[in-house]
Design a protein. Structure first.
Length: 253
């Protein structure tokens, strides 16, 4: 009884503090800063501006189809050049408000955005999370981590793991090669740039053998980074690797 009373008191105190903060600092949209009804939310205009990805889409790459031709279809890209990973899913297209949110998280030290983006990823990735036995973020090289101060993929993975209760394995995959920035490179150049970039440490291999892994990143562009990451995980003995990102580049070609 006393424990319940104490818990209730703490809850009431938090609610009171949140209400007081709401008066002093009214909640605003995480994208455009317009007024919202609650903290860490999007205003209606920004919500409408996000290109959410829903079925019908390619069951392998998660890229949306313009027309619903039935369940289980693969895109021409997935057939012509199958990825190393099993399936990829993303919340939305990488444009508009979604692009702005990713850039603010990644380059403006807006680490609090990971909470909202990670929650959205948990919803979009329900199918993958239902099979996953561990969550692994795409790592940064130590020099890039030092300059950026945090890994946005790891921040998102923490939220997804907490929301889904799937165990997080943040140090299972290492980036052992410092690569060039991928921006501006062709698909072939990206693949070459990432050759040998990722590795599962020998000591970590028993933890991954036979396990179903969900790989987390912020954006999927050509798939080169998650392909290289998935290849390292599969070579270390993972049973399968799926990919979940907040956004992905979608071409209408």
């Amino acid at each position: 009884m006393r424990a319940r009373l104490l818990a209730g008191g703490r809850h009431a105190l938090r609610a009171g503090l949140n209400a007081a903060l709401g008066i002093v600092y009214p909640p605003s949209c995480i994208a455009c800063h317009a007024a919202t009804g609650e903290a860490q939310a999007l205003c209606p205009a920004c919500w409408a501006g996000i290109g959410f990805i829903e079925r019908p889409f390619c069951e392998r790459l998660g890229t949306p189809f313009a027309v619903d031709l039935g369940a289980g279809l693969l895109s021409p890209a997935a057939i012509a050049d199958p990825p190393v990973f099993r399936r990829a899913r993303a919340v939305c297209r990488f444009d508009g408000a979604a692009r702005e949110l990713v850039h603010r998280l990644k380059y403006d030290d807006r680490l609090e955005l990971a909470l909202t983006l990670g929650r959205m990823m948990t919803q979009a990735g329900r199918e993958l999370l239902g099979e996953a036995e561990m969550i692994v973020p795409v790592p940064l090289h130590r020099t890039r981590l030092w300059s950026r101060r945090f890994n946005q993929a790891a921040a998102l993975a923490q939220v997804v793991a907490r929301q889904s209760r799937v165990p997080l394995a943040p140090n299972l995959l290492a980036r052992v090669k410092r690569t060039r920035q991928q921006v501006g490179l062709t698909r072939a150049q990206r693949t070459e740039n990432l050759q040998g970039a990722f590795k599962v440490p020998l000591a970590a291999r028993p933890r991954i053998e036979g396990r179903r892994v969900l790989l987390i990143d912020d954006v999927l562009t050509t798939g080169s980074t998650v392909n290289a990451s998935a290849r390292a995980l599969l070579r270390a003995g993972a049973a399968q690797v799926d990919v979940l990102t907040f956004a992905r580049v979608v071409t209408d070609a």
